[in-house]
Structure formats: C-alpha cells, structure tokens
Design a protein around this ligand. Structure first.
Ligand SMILES: NC(=O)c1ccc[n+]([C@@H]2O[C@H](COP(=O)([O-])OP(=O)(O)OC[C@H]3O[C@@H](n4cnc5c(N)ncnc54)[C@H](OP(=O)(O)O)[C@@H]3O)[C@@H](O)[C@H]2O)c1
Length: 320
C-alpha cells in the first residue's frame, strides 16, 4: 500500500517519505480501514517534529484522525463490521499504522460507526478536536442551561466545542481575534462572539454567569478568565503552546476556581468514552457540520504539515 511515513523525527521536509509498504493485517481485536481521508492535527505535527513521547517502531505512519470503510477484521471482531463506514480516532497512539496511508489498522473500538447522513470528510475531522471538545464540556456532567465560554471558537477544538455546547443546551460565549474567525464561530452557533483583542472584552463577558471555560490559552487568558468568573467556575485547559501561566493564587481561591489540565492520551477511560458517546449522539442528530477544509493528495503531506504549523484557519485532509 502507499503510505506517508517517517523513520526519525524532525522537520517535515526532511523526514517524510511517501512510498510502498506492506499492507498491514489486523491483529486480534483490530480492524483494518481503507482510508478515504486522513485528518491532521497539531499533535500529529508536534509528534513528527520530535515533541511527542512515543518512540518509533521502525517507521511511523502519522495521523490519529481519519475516515473510510472497514475492509478486514482480526480475531474476536464481528465480521459484520466489514463494509462499515467509520471515523477513526487516536489511530497513531502507540501504533505505527496511522491514517496517512491507503490502509490503517486500529483497535476495533477506535473505528467508530459513521451514520450514513455524515460525510467521510466530516468524519475525518472529528477525532482529536471533537473528542477533546466533548471531554472538556461534559466531563463533569450535563451543561444544559449553563453559560460556557469557549476561547478560540474558530479553532478546530474551539469550533467543535461551540457546536457541542449548543447541542447540549448551554448558552455559548466564545472569543476570537478577527472578523473572519468571528464569522466561523457565529456560523458554528455561538450566542455571543467577543474579539479578545478588544480592550472591553472583559466587560462584554463579565456578569454573564459563566460557569465553565474551555481554554486554549490559559497563560494568555487567565486574567480575563478570573475577571469574568462566578463562584465555583471551572476552567478546563487543553493546550500548552506558548509560555506557562503565572497563577494568581489568591484571586483563584477567592473566586473558588478549579482548573483541570487535560490531555486526551491520559484522561480517565470512562470519561473519555462518555465524551465519545455524547459526541456520537450529537453527530447522529446533525449537530456537527463540516469546518473549513483543505484537501490535498497524500504526496503533499509536507505542505499539509507546514500548513498546520502555520496555524491554518482550515483543517487539512489528505486523500491516500
Ligand atoms: N490536551 C489535548 O489532548 C489536546 C487536544 C487537542 C488539541 N490540543 C492542543 O490545543 C491547541 C489548539 O488545537 P486546535 O487543533 O484547535 O488548533 P487550531 O485549529 O489552530 O486553533 C487554535 C485556536 O486558538 C485560538 N487562540 C490562540 N490564542 C488564543 C487566545 N489567547 N484566546 C483565544 N483564542 C486563542 C486561535 O485563534 P486566534 O488566532 O484568533 O487567536 C485559533 O483559532 C494545540 O496546541 C493543540 O496541540 C490539545
């Protein structure tokens, strides 16, 4: 099969090869997916660059997210899954057969049923961002009737969080830095969109009863988060780009703020699968729509990674 892979970490232009490798066979409990779209996230780019924790098992075919059709199953997996349309999550986690190839093999549980009403393109954008968003929103229980703030509502995680929070019955506030991103967040369904670079951003968000924040930049936004907080508010911080935050302990204590730092790779399994279950309910009910995407052939994987590194406003999908 044709695959994009690397044998050592480093810059995309130096380490990627696109070449033939043996088609993998699904082991016990695994399925093989004929990949239609491979979705790229910042975590794939960081891992390829050498910022991941995983060692390479000979070679690494990258990318956790993808979509396609199951074409073979391993021992212990229902043969009726052959022919099933699926979206794939966490494919490259501890596994060298990620989605940037004609086929990937994953644990059967990571190849999720894709309803007929949902496109394969949308399926390939779900994994890392939408599961992260669902965890950040739902890990402490229902949010119906609550007011939530999603920082960066036009980002991959942020936009999915806006759509999931609306679906779950929350009032959704979000922040962006430009008109074009405001449009993306508004189209995703946010009730209130605030440009966080405006000097009155705090005034626009305070006294709104915000009880939960899905936070992409804790260091950059902590002052705003504390200023708009209500007693007992929770911040779920999911990103670690840029500098580390300086915690204003006394202000946090007085506001009774809890901060959770989450990483998709090590969250509690029961909370992870609950998040996936809710995400799939939202998906089946048509609550999630396709974000802006750029589709490139597998051969252009270097350009695709460069686009993600440049913090592209559109998701990038590869077609193997
Ligand atoms: N913990 C985990 O398991 C996990 C899971 C998924 C992603 N992540 C991490 O989360 C980060 C975002 O991922 P992504 O795929 O959503 O990236 P993305 O699509 O590039 O989105 C990032 C968004 O953050 C916004 N942003 C940056 N600084 C901001 C600030 N101070 N306030 C409000 N918004 C701000 C950006 O908008 P502006 O340009 O308008 O500021 C952009 O829309 C990455 O570092 C990624 O590695 C972690």
């Amino acid at each position: 099969m044709r695959a994009a892979l690397y044998e050592m970490t480093g810059p995309a232009s130096e380490v990627f090869q696109v070449r033939e490798v043996d088609k993998p066979e699904p082991g016990p409990g695994q399925v093989r997916v004929e990949v239609e779209f491979s979705g790229i996230n910042p975590t794939d780019v960081k891992t390829r660059a050498g910022r991941g924790l995983m060692s390479i098992d000979g070679f690494q075919i990258p990318h956790h997210d993808g979509s396609g059709v199951i074409d073979a199953v391993g021992a212990g997996v229902d043969v009726n899954r052959i022919g099933e349309r699926v979206w794939v999550m966490l494919a490259a986690d501890g596994n060298r057969y990620g989605t940037a190839a004609q086929y990937c093999v994953v644990n059967s549980k990571l190849a999720r049923h894709l309803p007929d009403s949902v496109s394969l393109e949308l399926g390939a954008t779900l994994g890392v961002p939408a599961v992260t968003a669902a965890y950040c929103l739902f890990s402490d229980g229902p949010i119906a009737g609550e007011s939530v703030l999603i920082s960066g509502g036009a980002g991959a995680v942020g936009r999915a969080a806006v759509q999931l929070a609306k679906w779950a019955g929350a009032r959704v506030f979000t922040t962006v830095s430009s008109e074009s991103k405001a449009q993306v967040a508004t189209e995703a369904g946010a009730d209130v969109v605030v440009n966080y670079t405006n000097p009155d951003a705090i005034d626009q968000l305070k006294d709104q009863g915000i009880s939960r924040i899905v936070e992409v930049d804790l260091a950059g936004n902590l002052e705003l988060d504390v200023a708009i907080s209500q007693q007992g508010m929770k911040i779920v911080s999911y990103a670690a780009d840029g500098g580390d935050p300086v915690l204003p302990r006394r202000a946090l204590m007085i506001a009774g703020i809890t901060i959770e730092f989450m990483l998709l790779y090590n969250v509690e399994a029961n909370k992870l699968w609950k998040a996936v279950e809710l995400l799939e309910l939202a998906l089946a009910e048509g609550a999630l729509t396709l974000p802006p995407i750029t589709v490139l052939p597998l051969d252009e994987i270097v350009a695709a990674h460069v686009q993600i590194e440049a913090a592209s406003a559109s998701r990038v999908l590869l077609t193997p």
